[in-house]
Design a protein around this ligand. Sequence first.
Ligand SMILES: *[C@@H]1O[C@H](CO)[C@@H](O)[C@H](O)[C@H]1NC(C)=O
Ligand SMILES: *[C@@H]1O[C@H](CO)[C@@H](O)[C@H](O)[C@H]1NC(C)=O
Length: 283
Amino acid sequence: MKMRLFVFSALLVSGFPFIITEVVDSFNACKDFFLEGQPPVIPDIILNSVSLDQNRYKLICQKYKEAYRFATLYDIENKIPVFSAYKYTGKGDFKRPRIKWMIESELDPPVAEMTVRTCANQAINEDYSNNTYNVNRGHLFPCCHAADVITAKSTFTLTNTVPQKKSFNELSWSRMEYETKNIMNTCKNNNNKVEAYVLTGAIPGNSKLKDKVNIPSYMWMAFCCYNRSENKWVSQAYWAQNIEEEKSENKIIHKDSLQKLKQFLDETWVRNVQLFKEDCTYE
Ligand SMILES: *[C@@H]1O[C@H](CO)[C@@H](O)[C@H](O)[C@H]1NC(C)=O
Ligand SMILES: *[C@@H]1O[C@H](CO)[C@@H](O)[C@H](O)[C@H]1NC(C)=O
């Protein structure tokens, strides 16, 4: 059963630019964004590339300008992603694009032609405006990790964002994105090309933006790559609470092993999560 309705292309309906993308039954079509083609295993959420609760967890192969750019597992109940997955291959030479935030047309198909579209299944820009929580749209796949400007543009979809405390987004998380970019630039595959598999996710919290969009309690990130100069697979993980911070405090994001991140996810969210195939421990 394929659910590949191309509802429209990038039309402007009631003011939202839509991304042309694909809600799919399995991540097969965009498995290249996962190490060895294997998406994470998250009990009760995803197993063998397939959503275990198809009314709630939607698999999105993020397609933009005719190509798949990354993959997202989206929770339509909380209206935030569980994770976005992408392959880091070195940042391209471009400036942060100025682009309108897009939404996913297939999550909220129009009821009938010419009706005003309601977005019951996802967050929209208005959900973020004038909020009293001091949150803004935090990218999971950050545009500064994109290989080219088109891919950078593709990250500006609300299915790739969570309500993130502004100061956290702009200070420590942004530093972490910069730091990991430099570390991952040392990940070289056997063809001597920069290559790392990255997962960025959010743990749902207890409050909601506009009574609708869950504000995550934590955000996490992990990468797995081959390090040719050490001739081995390496991984690294980061996580932090989604709370405000001061410029002066220089908040430290937890930086630890993949194993420690799994332990943390066990205690705070879901037990027995597997993020990368064989936990990125190859010989
Ligand atoms: C946000 O607040 C401004 C100023 O208070 C107001 O003009 C605007 O209409 C508000 N926007 C929304 C979407 O509520
Ligand atoms: C890869 O190995 C080099 C040389 O030992 C090291 O400097 C670099 O930090 C390593 N990169 C990663 C991601 O582990």
